[in-house]
Design a protein around this ligand. Structure first.
Ligand code: NDP
Length: 444
């Protein structure tokens, strides 16, 4: 059995009931075959892959909090510190009822390669809780965040592990967590990113992930002789990534005709009104059902349906495994020519294979959505030097990072004769830097 197959088998046996983690490990290791086979004896001797798939540390803790009626609740908190070969652990905190250790491990594993691809000195980590902020009062969210941070603060710090937002963790949650960290540790430091502008946040961090998706997509299309202006785009999700992907796509002259949330989806033939979306989602925290009140021409439907709409480009920005093989077949039949993953692993493994087989340009999440964590690293730099950069400065650095990232993954794919396979290119380019650092630092 090859070294890669052995490690995949062992990972599945040793981590049962973690299907998302198996999926991520398989996807990454499979595409690393040419690199691993070229160095098999050395990698085996140094247990490189075993060290890569086993987190350096995983922390699981109780999070008790009291609701507005005086009842106590207990959620579970996680922080997986996966790999610090190239810098302090960095990765978001997800607050969603579906959160479990396997999901956090899949996200933390992906984060290692994504962070490496940004070219910035950040290792991989991820955390979160099965707490659902939806429908909770501000005081309840604060109670949860304070309790969560009371435990997490023992393991993080500006030079060790710097969490950020993710699904369910926005500016409000980061603010409550930062306040509690400061109170308990007595340190005003850049321990979290995605902070408010009045206390160490970075301009353009809110926009960064969505804008970054469009910057790398635009570069990929440009290199294939395609202008993004005038193209039709379908987006799923209506959270942080989706909103700013829609905003930038619109600014670049494309027309985004869909968005969705966990209850339904919207088709707006005139192009999604991003200001209306911000009012509904960011300001009022309402359901997407409200959208037609702002745009009478738009249709709202319950359930799932974004990928049935004819489009040139698809950008899934909601959650993992939301774009299935059936969806991929519909998209291809309808003439899609590019897919960029705004969310983490939104495309199932068989759907990704189908898309690649049909020669559709496909940017995997670890490359396409890396602008968020890259700008988080820029926030860390600003915190360290106690300076704030302008929006334009941050945005232009973000754009350069995404353009360089595209060429980095494109070059890596070409070296191994897999032109236009950006899944392989991203995994290989991300892996090579991390492994180089791991090998240089000895068996630790
Ligand atoms: P948000 O919580 O802001 O938005 C998530 C969106 O996806 C919401 O519209 C939500 O609907 C929808 N959604 C969530 N879960 C489901 C589900 N199970 N089924 C259908 N729809 C769902 O999160 P973000 O925009 O921050 O994150 C979206 C994705 O992007 C995630 O995969 C995240 O890991 C990834 N990502 C985020 C980054 C960031 O900077 N924010 C950086 C890199 C990756 P509803 O409102 O109904 O919950």
């Amino acid at each position: 059995m090859s070294y890669i197959d052995e490690v995949i088998k062992k990972t599945i046996e040793e981590n049962p009931s973690e299907p998302e983690f198996h999926q991520a490990v398989k996807e990454v290791l499979e595409s690393l075959r040419p690199v691993v086979e070229a160095n098999e004896a050395q990698f085996r001797r140094d247990a490189v892959l075993e060290r890569l798939v086993n987190p350096e540390r995983q922390i699981k803790f109780r999070v008790p909090w009291i609701d507005d009626e005086g009842n106590a609740h207990v959620n579970t908190g996680y922080r997986v510190q996966f790999n610090s070969a190239i810098g302090p652990y960095k990765g978001g905190l997800r607050l969603h009822p579906s959160v479990n250790l396997g999901i956090i491990k899949f996200l933390g594993f992906e984060q290692i390669f994504k962070n490496s691809l940004t070219g910035l000195p950040i290792g991989g980590g991820k955390g979160g809780s099965d707490f659902d902020p939806k429908g909770k009062s501000d005081r309840e969210v604060m109670a949860f965040c304070q309790s969560f941070m009371s435990e997490l603060c023992k393991y993080i710090g500006a030079d060790t592990d710097v969490p950020a937002g993710d699904i369910g963790t926005g500016a409000r949650e980061i603010g409550y967590m930062f306040g509690q960290y400061k109170k308990l540790r007595g340190l005003f430091e850049g321990v979290l990113t995605g902070k408010g502008l009045s206390y160490g946040g970075s301009l353009a961090r809110t926009e960064a992930t969505g804008y970054g998706v469009l910057y790398i997509l635009q570069e990929m299309l440009k290199c294939h002789g395609i202008d993004i202006a005038g193209k039709t785009i379908t987006v799923s999700g209506s959270g942080n990534v989706a909103i700013y992907a829609i905003e930038k796509a619109t600014q670049l002259g494309a027309k985004v005709v869909t968005c969705s949330d966990s209850t339904g989806w919207v088709y707006d033939p005139d192009g999604i009104d991003v200001e209306a979306l911000k009012i509904i989602k960011e300001k009022n925290r309402q359901r997407l059902k409200e959208y037609p009140k702002f745009r009478p021409n738009a249709q709202y439907s319950d359930g799932k349906g974004v990928w049935t709409v004819k489009t040139d480009i698809a950008i899934p920005c909601a959650t993992q495994n939301e774009l299935t093989l059936e969806d991929a077949k519909t998209l291809v039949a309808n003439g899609v020519f590019a897919v960029a993953e705004g969310a983490n692993m939104p495309t199932t493994a068989d759907a990704t294979d189908y898309i690649l087989e049909n020669k559709i340009l496909f940017l995997p999440g670890k490359a396409a959505n890396a602008g968020g964590v890259a700008t988080s690293a820029l926030e860390m730099s600003q915190d360290s030097e106690r300076l704030n950069w302008t929006f334009e400065e941050v945005d232009s650095k973000l754009k350069n990072i995404m353009i360089n990232l595209y060429h980095n993954i494109d070059d890596a794919a070409k070296v191994y004769h897999m032109d236009d396979n950006f899944v392989a290119g991203a995994n290989i380019a991300g892996f090579e830097k991390v492994v180089d650092a791991m090998e240089a630092q000895g068996i630790v």
